[in-house]
Design a protein around this ligand. Structure first.
Ligand code: SF4
Length: 287
């Protein structure tokens, strides 16, 4: 791997990429984020991992996928973080090179920077789906939770509808982003839904992984109620987990973590549970 100083401005920190054992699919984690969400459970909020150019990331994807899957091109790549849109030039270069080896490219973003010009550039470069993480509808609440206003994000979601496949994810946080907020987000999305249904996913807050102790976990009744509120006005709400793409399992499949130096580690749901338990332990004792 190139030394950080050789990368200069054209690098993002990459802790790893992840391959699915179910399908030829890869997640690319670009670490670092400008938001400071109180309930963030991503370790990639800080710029951790190796500084890598877009070309190096694509080479890592190609090599790992060639070693692991029989089939190329890959079905899908999900670019996630941290926040992938922080460096526009980098993201455009990554997409343009990635589309040579991947059929569908999904961008997972908080959407703050994704105005029309940026979105058009990404569409031209190859993005096929955008997943907006909308933290809250109320502007003050959004600002309290993330440190930023959501007015630009709402405008960016409005603008994206009809131009690219659109998914909106919101985390149900009891007492903070609960029935009222879910209702307001659903109504906002319903005003846009003039053709293609908007995929609205309501995810559960995970108190044990949250940076700050802001709330408890939601009950199944609260999640069902949130769904009932959304389905009144939207045609396609879903109660999801963050990782909705791998939700239908049955089989004991896992994921392959590929580090920037090409080494790998297999993880299953049990591995992730154990890692989360360790995280809880570390938080309990402030380690
Ligand atoms: S946008 Fe995502 S990565 Fe950034 S602070 Fe919020 S939850 Fe964490």
């Amino acid at each position: 791997m190139s030394a950080p100083e050789q990368c200069g401005k054209s690098c993002r920190h990459v802790p790893f990429i992840t391959l699915s054992e179910r399908k030829p699919r890869v997640w690319i984690t670009l670490s670092g984020c400008n938001f400071r969400c109180r309930g963030c459970f991503s370790f990639a909020r800080e710029p951790i991992g190796e500084p890598m150019t877009a070309k190096q990331v694509v080479a890592l994807v190609k090599n790992a996928a060639r070693d692991y899957y029989d089939d190329m091109p890959l079905e899908e790549a999900v670019i996630t973080g941290g926040e992938p849109t922080l460096d526009r030039e980098y993201l455009v270069a990554l997409l343009a090179q990635l589309k040579e080896v991947v059929c569908e490219i999904v961008l997972d973003t908080h959407g703050y920077f994704l105005d029309d010009a940026y979105l058009q550039e990404l569409i031209e470069a190859g993005v096929t789906e955008v997943m907006f993480d909308l933290k809250a509808f109320d502007e003050q609440l959004h600002e309290w939770y993330t440190g930023y206003s959501n007015l630009r994000i709402l405008e960016n979601i409005r603008n994206a509808y009809g131009k690219v496949k659109l998914v909106v994810n919101t985390v149900y946080i009891p007492g903070i982003v609960d029935d009222r907020e879910i209702g307001r987000i659903a109504e906002f999305l319903a005003t846009l839904e003039t053709g293609e249904p908007i995929d609205f996913r309501i995810n559960r807050f995970r108190a044990e992984l949250s940076r700050e102790p802001i709330a408890r976990n939601p009950s199944p009744e609260e999640i069902s109620r949130a769904y009932a509120i959304a389905v009144r006005v939207l045609s396609n709400p879903v109660i999801g987990k963050s990782c909705v793409r791998e939700r239908v399992t049955g089989e004991k499949r896992g994921w392959i973590t590929v580090f920037p130096d090409g080494t790998t580690k297999r993880r299953t749901r049990d591995t992730y549970r154990a890692e989360n338990a360790t995280l809880r332990f570390r938080k309990l004792f402030d380690l």
